[in-house]
Design a protein around this ligand. Sequence first.
Ligand code: ATP
Ligand code: MG
Length: 363
Amino acid sequence: MNETFSIAVFHGDGIGPEIMAPTLSILERVAKASDSYDLEFTDAPAGAAHYAQTGESLPASSLQVARDADAILLSAMGLPDVRYEDGTEISPQIDLRKELTLFAGIRPVTVKAGQDSPLKIPEGREIDFVLVRESTEGLFHTQGRGEVTRDEARETLLITREISEKLFRFTFDLARSRKAAGRGPGRVTCVDKANVFRAFAFFREIFDAEAARHPDLIADHAYVDATALWMVQKPWDFDVLVTENMFGDILSDLGAGLMGGLGLAPSADIGLDHAVFQPCHGSAPDIAGKGLANPFAMILSAALMLDWLGTKHDNEPIRNDGRRLRQAVEEVIARRTTLTRDLGGTASTESAAHAVLDALFVS
Ligand code: ATP
Ligand code: MG
């Protein structure tokens, strides 16, 4: 039986369309080679260039395409010189998080043997952990609406039981599926600042209550400052970390740094019904239109999408293709012959993406 999954595609701004095009070609090839599922792509216009042309950054019709899809693939959006009238940045990806209640931001951090990292990784160890960032509340609750007078500025840190419960349930399930795949011991670490803030003590209490429901998994806690230290000193010990929005924002850039840069960092924003998959990097207008963009973070985000679709719909072939796609990228990185400039190579976007296709289908 051939299951068809509909994918909403946001091509985005800057290098967005350049990294999306080869990613879609790869997905098309992978789906075509499979006799157990099909992928159907629908374009959803949005972003800064779209705003400049039409006055809308996320048209209702595009939001509807996203709502109707089984999954959403998004490259980068936003341009430095196109802004809303009040001066704020155009970021429909943040609107999507709110509109679709995508409370769990997934940032996998992996450094395989042979891959460059600013860290000296001990012989025989690899970095392979996932940071789960709450993405709808926390210190971003009053985003753009903080109270500022001449003498004072205030923002609100909001932690709700409802979102926290969903977030932690999702995180324990994620740790369980990593354990089943042999990628971790099944340990979830709640990253907070419960020693100073009551809101984080509340967060931790909800975490502990959820942990009690998963006796097959290990649960522990860490303060965010110590976590930043350990991410540099011993990131190979982490499995799954879960944290508040702002802490997650900061730690996920640190995680991207461990991977040797933004060009390799994929992400997913997941809710109960919807999920957006996109690279961690922005639209890189400085290199747009030159064929220099690294497509790997986009391709790895597409691999995460296949993982998620496979798990959600209990479709092993699509999950397996997610794994194969990730391995193909890892193989190309380890070979070092077709890397883009940001990774020290001279390859174009197109030839780097083509090398991934070769790794999938030729070797
Ligand atoms: P945003 O606010 O949207 O996150 P940003 O200001 O953080 O954007 P990016 O667009 O992520 O900036 O770019 C940061 C730097 O990394 C730029 O020099 C850019 O060229 C580079 N960069 C980002 N993504 C890639 C990529 N895929 N390939 C190569 N270089 C990239
Ligand atoms: Mg950025």
